[in-house]
Design a protein around this ligand. Structure first.
Ligand code: PMP
Length: 448
């Protein structure tokens, strides 16, 4: 049997996939990607497409990016591993921490805690939030607030603050003390409010109401994505994040921004915090920090954390990962930061993001199956598909799968998550690549 046929036939029986039913991988074998170059990927049958998903929101600099590959191989030959647990460190992790504080994080966020990925970063922030209040002599602050539709990963803590039942139900009971606020999602919300600014005010009022109900002195932190990603690219009105920042401040609640998607240029700004002009107390990052080439993450820590944890020898962080500060990940991240600056990727994300967003809105004029198009901030856009525009009845899974498959055959990999078709291509996308994605989508919608 040809090797490619063996792989296709046995994938589903050999491995279980994240976020997929094992039987579904047997019945509907996934696309097996074997090669990549620039912003394109090639499958096992030799079909080459523009990667409209950018790996999984992480291959910001494209697949070729030689400086990152070189940094990884150089580091592998010099020091492939050393731990940063008590008593040891490594040179590249320190250097990365300096660069992140100096060039990436908002002012007042000069410390990093390194992790192996997004869920690890969220878990770290939640734990440090509780510890922060204990160290301050306020041990009753243990609860967490987050947004409905938010996605924060898969560890038990992260899953508990997730705002989508799909990621929660099978694993309940989750962490007690996690409460969810309506998201500023204009297309569907409990207030039937379509004006983004008014909706932001209503969501903020719901947040204040929940804080009053729970008691501010029981709440450790609020965690939110600056622009909700996996939940269907939901950008709030620009007034939303500053209002949340203010409410948290007034109530002694730490604000954690989950920037696993939004950091390092995706939104057309260096981070979601910078986009909205806020300074969180902790900032979770991962994914594009290494362009997806090495599992790695960083939590940036603000001044409040520094004040409480430093200067107190009893404030021991009883948390961390074998791979915290992994030198190969740190070397990759240093190269990514340098390339992101050198290629001016953040501005390109903003320009191509506008082209993609406007192009998707033009498709909405053509196809009734498109109920809503969201984005407008860099290269993160979602098309919400419906079977009836008037009632907003969500699309059925088979039609969504047809759109995705025909789009793929026509030249672009796109991701479908529930009724949403999500676009998160590499930030080095050219004008022509953007046009390719849009014309492939046109073919996909025409076929539905
Ligand atoms: N937070 C956000 C906002 C995410 O989008 C993701 C992953 N898509 C995570 C956390 C979890 O990251 P990981 O899959 O690397 O654990």
């Amino acid at each position: 049997m040809k090797k490619s046929n063996f792989l296709k036939e046995n994938n589903g029986r050999l491995m279980w996939h994240p976020m997929t039913s094992p039987q579904d991988s047997i019945d509907n074998p996934p696309k097996i990607i074997t090669q990549s170059s620039g912003v394109t990927i090639t499958d096992i049958d030799g079909h080459c497409v523009v990667d409209g998903v950018g790996g999984l929101w992480n291959v910001n600099l494209g697949y070729s990016c030689q400086p990152v590959k070189d940094a990884i191989t150089d580091q592998l030959s010099r020091l492939p591993y050393y731990s940063t647990f008590r008593g040891t460190s490594n040179d590249v992790a320190i250097e990365l921490s300096y660069e992140l504080g100096e060039f990436f994080a908002p002012d007042g966020m000069s410390r990093s805690f390194f992790t192996s990925g997004g869920s690890d970063s969220v878990e770290t922030a939640l734990r440090l939030a509780r510890q922060y209040h204990k160290l301050r002599g306020d041990p009753g602050r243990v609860k967490f607030l987050s947004l409905k539709k938010g996605y924060h990963g898969t560890h038990m803590g992260a899953a508990s603050v997730n705002g989508n039942a799909n990621f929660r139900n099978a694993y309940e009971p989750l962490l007690p003390g996690c409460f969810h606020i309506p998201a500023p999602y204009t297309y569907r919300n409990p207030f039937n409010e379509t004006d983004p600014q008014k909706l932001a005010q209503l969501c903020v009022a719901a947040l204040e109401d929940e804080i009053a109900f729970q008691g501010a002195n029981t709440i450790a932190a609020m965690i939110m994505e600056p622009i909700l990603g996996a939940g269907g690219v939901i950008p709030p009105h620009p007034s939303f994040a500053p209002m949340v920042r203010d409410i948290c401040e007034r109530n002694g609640i730490l604000l954690i921004t989950d920037e696993v998607i939004t950091a390092y240029g995706r939104t057309g700004a260096w981070s979601g915090a910078r986009l909205w002009g806020i300074q969180p107390d902790m900032m979770c990052t991962a994914k594009a920090i290494t362009n997806g080439f090495f599992p790695f993450g960083a939590v940036m820590l603000g001044d409040k954390m520094v004040e409480v944890f430093e200067g107190n020898p009893a404030a021991k962080i009883a948390h961390g990962y074998t791979y915290s500060g992994h030198p190969v990940g740190a070397a990759a991240a240093l190269a990514c930061l340098a390339e992101t600056r050198r290629l001016n990727v953040v501005d390109n994300a903003a320009a191509r993001g506008t082209q993609l967003f406007e192009g998707c809105k033009a498709l909405m004029e053509k196809y009734d199956i498109i109920g809503d198009v969201r984005g407008g901030y860099g290269l993160m856009t979602a098309i919400e598909m419906v079977s009836d525009r008037a009632t907003k009845k969500p699309i059925d899974a088979d039609t969504a799968a047809t759109v995705q498959e025909v789009t793929y055959q026509a030249g672009a990999m796109v991701r479908v998550s529930g009724p949403n078709l999500i676009l998160s291509p590499p930030l080095v996308l050219s004008e022509q690549d953007t046009t390719t994605i849009l014309s492939a989508l046109d073919a996909g919608f025409k076929a539905a």
